[in-house]
Design a binder for this molecule. Sequence first.
Ligand code: ATP
Ligand code: MG
Length: 574
Amino acid sequence: METYESLRDHFDWSNARSRLAGFDDKALNIAYEAIDRHVADGHGERVAIRWLPKAGEAVDLTYADMTAQTNRFANVLDGFGSTGVATLMGRIPSLYVTALGTLKAGAVYTPLFAAFGPDPIKMRMGLGRIDTMVTTAQFYRRKVKSIRADLPDLRHILIAGPGADEIDDPIVSDLDSLLAAASDDFDAVRTEPEHRALLHFTSGTTGKPKGAIHVHNAVIGHAATGRMVLDMQPGDVYWCTADPGWVTGTSYGIISPLVNGVTSIVDEAEFDAERWYRTLETQRVNILYTAPTALRMLQKIGAELADGFDFSSLRVVGSVGEPLDPESVEWAQDVFKVPILDNWWQTETGAITISNYVGEVVKPGSMGRPLPGITATLLETDVDGELVLDADGQPVEVTEVDAVGELSLRAGWPSMFRGYLDQQERYEACFVGPWYHSGDLARRDADGYFWFVGRNNDVIKSAGHLIGPFEVESALTEHPAVVEAGVIGKPDPTAGNIVKAFVVLKPGFEPGDELRRQLIAHSRKKLGPAVAPREIDFAENLPHTRSGKIMRRLLKARELGTEEGDLSTLEVPA
Ligand code: ATP
Ligand code: MG
């Protein structure tokens, strides 16, 4: 296998582009690359999606099936003159047909997380000016009906599965009947590479979710990272556990695997540790792409549950979305006996940009090195977290090994977002000189590995020190009693802030002063007294975003008793 260095030295995006089919006129369509292309190459009978319903037998959709279905869907959309489509449904085949059929027709696709309640749906639908929604009868009743009148752009609601005929609403129709009546012949629209393809809302961890716009050219990044990071090879069985309601579930749950010709597992059921282990075994999964929260949940339940399962098909496990603490890396490596590859990217970057790689040294706790084709740096920030500019107004790169700076990428990679919906100024403010600056702080070690420190606004300034919450959280999770920790700065008259931790214990451990003392002593030994938490609270659970990230701003708001003011973006469960 090629080494990281050699790949990095000769990688260039135009080669990556030339591995795609494209069209003679330089046009590029994500859906064509994801499905039709494989059929044209004679692989129509390969399974594209293996759907595991909550109960019952697996259902296979081949690449040829997907071509026919998405052609029908694209014809339906053409008939509507639709420009923007959203899905609101669980992990069922119609979602995948809708997503790719929409892209094929040249319209913009927006996934909505199925657990959203009416308000978050209304906000996103309205901002996106979405004219067509595909959902189920149950979701329509529970979440859409009450906001219908507030969505003037919405012209069509298509109901997947049964129940459309029982809904009395002139814009509702039955998806399956429309598909059945439509032709299965359609030529993917020859979209310009810069044609809008996807509108993804960010997770809302730091504030109101932003709408990030992506274009068809992004498929170059989805294809290349699937190969270079997740090691996808045609015919592999691949499972991305991220919900398709978020960017990971689209970039790596739909586009990347299909573009790379693998069989993608889609599990309708919610997280269940035993089901996961069984699925890895019985489906002979080669590649698992998941998130730290999932690995932590498995860990919380205990490694014994994994005993007796056969994971010998697995080659690689990837993780994204939050920092992956070294403890979890080691735990998962023990259970799965494969490399656990943490990687970093954002809704804005569209695809993986910093990563660990198969065959390369993994340093547990590090998110790895820049993807070949990506230039990453750290930019100097001042005490308020603002970028430091030199006399020419240019940002200053951090050169010192292990020093902290804002993680930034040289702008211009294919899957980079092309705008924030309705927020041009905010978009422009993400770029300085040649760099896109990410809002996250990191360190770079002597080998060029990046270590996540924290989000710019989560970093704690305590008695003249700059403390990254992740470092403190990692030290705490190394303690055998702790499964998860969230760390914040609590305002303090003398120190400015003190480090305060909220910890969730593993089953069998009792909260109390004795354990609190032990945890503080353990952290002091690991981190030194200036960085170790001064206060520890025990919690049953930590607040997470709907996509599973710890919401430190919420811990902080609770601590300060400022909840109401700060909770505007918290998603209300359905
Ligand atoms: P918002 O931008 O609305 O506040 P968000 O930043 O959580 O929400 P996403 O784009 O889903 O929305 O998440 C990207 C962020 O997730 C990154 O900026 C980073 O803070 C965090 N993240 C992702 N992967 C990693 C990782 N491997 N290690 C550490 N942090 C990660
Ligand atoms: Mg963000």
